[in-house]
Design a protein around this ligand. Structure first.
Ligand SMILES: Cc1cc2nc3c(=O)[nH]c(=O)nc-3n(C[C@H](O)[C@H](O)[C@H](O)COP(=O)(O)OP(=O)(O)OC[C@H]3O[C@@H](n4cnc5c(N)ncnc54)[C@H](O)[C@@H]3O)c2cc1C
Length: 315
């Protein structure tokens, strides 16, 4: 039986004690939205925020390797609006930047077009490219952002505790399962699998626009102090060790998009494992709300998914 508790006064919301499993962008965003809606929230996680896959991400708002298209478009659109408002606060690490996605073949409009306020055909294309579009989109400096999210969670009375679970916890009214790849164990769900991505960080060399070729994928993402250059998409690969050969290959591809990269100084490399699933799992089963499998778009979908999680918790 659920131990729902009603606060005094008929107009106040129902309050539940919720355990959120996972301290990546999905777990923290769900925790924050639940707290904002009056719930009591404890986050437990094997890896603390800055140790997660989320901390590795570039992170561009862009729906990559996440399905189904209709739900992803709605979640991405809601997140875009939230990030746009956060970009006004430098403490969040969110900036809105103009850039382009470019292609070596002609393209129809993207399926997620409705999620962005404006999208124009790109006419200034790198050599060898024949099509593209340009739009303004959020870029999120994840270490800064995750610190900000964590502080918001604890500031509203939530807790974040390191705990390596062998099973989803008991003892709460509700559990939000935001364990990313960990759902392979915690939900016995082998359909969520790693797609490994390597990133190269170079010193900022005056780049203010982002550029992306989905082949590779190959991208150059400017941040305040550095530029994130990517990447790879190695299906089923678990190794988190960077390869110098792959670093060279990423820089070679990216320099075709931004020739100035040839002179940029490499600061470090990082590897992360995207939690890819045939479709994002966002559903309630009894007292567990599952929210995992966001692939290459966890940041892009985070706020939209968190809003839906809050709705499911209230059902
Ligand atoms: C190279 C790279 C580039 C990317 N670029 C972008 C981008 O530009 N834009 C974008 O939107 N997305 C991007 N992504 C994807 C994004 O990083 C992921 O979709 C997102 O981080 C998933 O977040 P999550 O919170 O579900 O998972 P995670 O960040 O992996 O967090 C999972 C949490 O669950 C916890 N957990 C797991 N198992 C257990 C257990 N047994 N017990 C306790 N805790 C457990 C973990 O410790 C962790 O705290 C990129 C990913 C990579 C690798």
């Amino acid at each position: 039986m659920r131990a729902w508790q009603r606060l005094s006064g008929a107009s106040l919301p129902l309050v539940a004690r919720v355990i959120v499993v996972g301290a990546g962008v999905i777990g923290l965003t769900c925790a924050l939205r639940l707290l904002e809606n009056g719930h009591r929230v404890d986050v437990v996680a094997r890896d603390l925020p800055l140790e997660t896959t989320s901390a590795v991400a570039g992170a561009l708002w862009y729906p990559y390797r996440a399905l189904p298209q209709d739900r992803v478009t709605v979640w991405a659109g809601a997140s875009y609006v939230e990030f746009m408002s956060l970009a006004g606060d430098p403490e969040t690490g969110v900036t809105m930047r103009t850039g382009s996605e470019v292609f070596r073949a002609r393209q129809a409009d993207p399926w997620w077009k409705a999620a962005v306020p404006g999208l124009d055909r790109e006419t200034a294309l790198p050599p060898g490219y024949v099509d593209g579009w340009t739009f303004v989109t959020p870029i999120v400096e994840m270490p800064v952002y995750l610190r900000w999210l964590g502080a918001r969670v604890t500031g509203l009375g939530g807790t974040i505790t390191r705990l390596n679970l062998q099973a989803l916890p008991a003892g709460a009214d509700l559990v939000v399962n935001a364990s990313g790849l960990g759902a392979r164990l915690l939900s016995s769900d082998k359909s969520v699998a790693p797609v490994r991505g390597q990133l190269v960080y170079v010193e900022q060399f005056g780049q203010d626009r982002w550029i992306l070729d989905p082949e590779g994928p190959t991208f150059v993402l400017p941040r305040a102090q550095d530029v994130v250059v990517g990447s790879t998409a190695d299906e089923g690969e678990w190794s988190r060790t960077s390869s110098p050969e792959v670093t060279g290959e990423i820089l070679r591809r990216a320099t075709l998009l931004v020739p100035e990269l040839a002179k940029a100084r490499v600061i470090r490399t990082k590897v992360g494992l995207r939690p890819v699933r045939p479709a994002v799992r966002l559903e309630r089963v009894d007292r567990v709300v599952h929210c995992y499998g966001h692939g290459g778009a966890g940041i892009t979908l985070s706020w939209g998914c968190a809003d839906e999680v809050v709705g499911l918790c209230a059902d």
